[in-house]
Design a protein around this ligand. Structure first.
Ligand SMILES: *Cc1c(COP(=O)(O)O)cnc(C)c1O
Length: 362
């Protein structure tokens, strides 16, 4: 008998969300981003869910090869590029496209002896202000010219990544300032452009360019404050479990490690078979949202490795075996994440290997 915690992955939701992404950018091609094991949903499931995408993008070369083995024939893009020269032969053989974001990566290509057949499709990354990966705008042209001089290079696409697409007026780095820097640094250079993550695809139609690179929205969550539902997105991962114990406690009694919760009066609490070793955030507060038999309840006490407790005062008839929804259908992951001071991305990606996965909607 396995523990009752289950992650249900809905392939039809992945397909639906991809259609939503496309509907926002009907003239753009789509890189469906499935790094981090398809944001915790499973690489192979992501591949099937995104069968209609124009390409798949990720950061793990070994998973990219796995996609080829699984039969993906369309483009694959490595968003962090290659990590050492030894990867290059494999990358060429598997026809992987890749980002070039630093001079070391250019030097690697120059030294590699790749021959004169133009076969490599490269995505030259600009650091337009986020200061993560990429060439500064004033170094971009020189990088482009150096790549262009390598005979094995076929297409060079131009890309950048936004720090604040979900918060466009952020005074630290307004979205349009990043876009202007990108446009100036890349002005006149030939090549397809890709700039938009989910937030830009959903909220900034003017920025979509030739390709979009949606990730989080494909899984039915949103990058910012707005709810996924208002964009017509469906949760692809629903995490459920059961109540496995009940305690009746009196005023003044406490719950869990550190006795973080103190009962104000007599109450019934339920113990949920889900803890941080399943990927549930340990920082979820008292009152953090959970559904028991479809009724919204609040967490009481600290989340421990395998369990946490909920206040069952509002749920008449709840007992051992009652069904609990941690996130997904009926309880947006963004809301659970927000309560715990994190984002939906982190929760999905952290789904633990020990959680049983059931697939539906394929
Ligand atoms: C992860 C990633 C994306 C997708 O971002 P979301 O916010 O999940 O839509 C797009 N582009 C790059 C370069 C990324 O690393």
């Amino acid at each position: 008998m396995p523990r009752p915690i289950v992650a249900t992955i809905d392939i039809s939701a992945l397909k639906h969300n991809l259609r939503v992404a496309k509907s926002h950018a009907p003239n753009a091609k789509v890189w469906a981003v499935l790094k981090a094991n398809a944001y915790g949903h499973g690489l192979e499931r992501g591949m099937r869910g995104f069968a209609e995408a124009d390409g798949l993008a990720l950061v793990e070369p070994e998973y990219a090869l796995r996609l080829r083995e699984l039969g993906w024939r369309k483009p694959i893009l490595l968003l962090e590029g290659v990590f050492d020269g030894a990867d290059l032969a494999t990358v060429v053989q598997a026809r992987l496209e890749f980002t070039v974001h630093c001079v070391e990566q250019i030097a690697l290509l120059e030294r590699a002896g790749l021959g004169s057949d133009p076969t490599l499709d490269i995505h030259l990354k600009m650091n337009s202000g986020m200061n993560r990966l990429g060439f500064k705008p004033d170094a971009y042209r020189a990088a482009y010219a150096r790549l262009r001089a390598i005979p094995a290079v076929r297409n060079i696409s131009l890309m950048t990544h936004f720090a604040n697409a979900d918060d466009p007026l952020n005074p630290g780095l307004p979205l349009l300032q990043q876009m202007q820097r990108f446009e100036q640094g890349a002005a006149g250079l030939p090549g397809e452009r890709s700039v938009a993550n989910s937030a830009a695809d959903l909220m900034h139609p003017e920025l979509r360019a030739d390709w979009i690179r949606p990730g989080i929205m494909l899984y039915g969550a949103t990058p910012g404050a707005a709810s996924a539902e208002t964009f017509g997105l469906k949760p692809a991962m629903t995490l459920t479990s059961e109540i496995i114990g009940i305690q009746r406690i009196e005023a003044g009694e406490t719950v869990g490690y550190g006795s973080r919760f103190v009962a104000a009066g007599p109450m019934t609490i339920g113990v949920v078979a889900c803890g941080y070793a399943d990927g549930y955030p340990r920082h979820a507060p008292n009152g953090g949202p959970v559904l028991v038999d479809g009724v919204r309840c609040g967490i009481v006490g600290r989340v421990s490795m395998d369990m946490f407790s909920v206040d069952l005062t509002q749920v008449a008839g709840a007992g051992v075996g009652s069904k609990v929804t941690l996130w997904g259908e009926g309880l947006p992951i963004d809301e659970v994440a927000h309560a715990a001071g994190t984002i939906g991305y982190e929760l999905m990606c952290a789904l633990a290997a020990r959680v049983r996965v059931v697939e539906v909607g394929g």
